[in-house]
Design a protein around this ligand. Sequence first.
Ligand SMILES: [Zn+2]
Length: 116
Amino acid sequence: MLHAELEILLEIQDLQTLRRDISVAEYAAAGIPVNVEEFSARLGERIVEREEQLSPRTQSTYRRILKRHERVVAPVLNGVCYGCFVHVPTSKGRDQERNSELRNCESCGRFIYYTD
Ligand SMILES: [Zn+2]
């Protein structure tokens, strides 16, 4: 089970990625009828709404990471954080429970989730 705040953080990250993507030329070239400014503003509002659903503690960690990194959440694959490519201690607990806690990489500080 995914930690509730991890789920929100992943959604925020996806919205942020999408907001960056829609301003690149490929989007316009694909002929997608999008008013970039309007769409970007709408995504921005949704991001703020989701940020407000995080606990104060998680919000402050999130803002601290965001100042230094574009990507706030990083996957862990084969014991490596894909935010900073440093080995992270393997999580204890059963596979399906590993992402039920909110964790941060000890090296880069990003929120992490286990994919393997
Ligand atoms: Zn890291």
